[in-house]
Design a protein around this ligand. Sequence first.
Ligand SMILES: [Zn+2]
Length: 319
Amino acid sequence: MSTHEAWSLVCRLFAGGTPVFRGALSPAEIVACATLGPAIKPTVINRTFTLCPYCQLRSGQIFGDGQGGQICQCPDCGPIPLAASDRTAVMLDESWFRSKLRMALEIESRDGVTDLGDGVWRLGEARRDPILLARNLISLCLDPSIFDRVRVSGASICVIAPVSGEARRTRLPAGIEWLPLDERFAFYGGGISFLRPGVQPGPVESEDPWTPVHGPFSADHKWVTLASWPLGPIRCTDRQAEVFRALWSFKGVEMHRDRVMQRANQEGRKPIDPFKVKERDKGKPEHEGPLHAYRELVHSRQRDGVYWMPCAAPDLASA
Ligand SMILES: [Zn+2]
């Protein structure tokens, strides 16, 4: 288990801000939970709805089974008996997180952390600069009045916020510096360390392989970043990437499936073929992710056998 994966899980849990069902974690993430120790708290999601333990895709309402147990009424699978373990979830211990971030930045001010509401905290001041922690850089920039509440004359404001494709495209107001949580910090020695600028290339120059270049796709079409998928960039197989690349090349124009598959150099009959999830892989994010991306991005008219990708149309494509 690399500490990199552990840190990715911390970033993802913080960005989401809600507990995640254990059943929805990948095996690597389950191991990461153990690596992270006290940073991760077990919890039980007690709600009227729960993630269906059978398909792990839909949420169903929870009912009593009349014998002291419970069932989940899944819209796809029907009534599925619920074990107590089906509702176990993990969450980030956010007070651990905030206090370790303060230590990483050597914030020693006595006033502690201030909750500014809406997923924004003032962690204190590092040297003279006020440091904000935000779950989402975009929503913070939509309400810049928060900056006025913490601004100190002659100092710039640093905002620690998770990385997303949208965050990278955001233009920050003058005097605001973004410290990408995923890149400028790391899980180290049971705490958090700050990766100082100059020690390694800045966040924009050192682009990750998943950095969106063609609309939501990375340069090689092997990664897709979608706001609707909370688990971070979606990694595609080579075959899936070929299909996305082919559809992208048609710039949103409707194409017959045979031409799409030809351009993708594939034997399959339909573009969706490489995305189909086998029964044994149902519910696993690494398999469901690409299918989710396909369903969101690819449109088709089965009757005519045509496929197109609206986000590849030139007026929408950002690159
Ligand atoms: Zn289900």
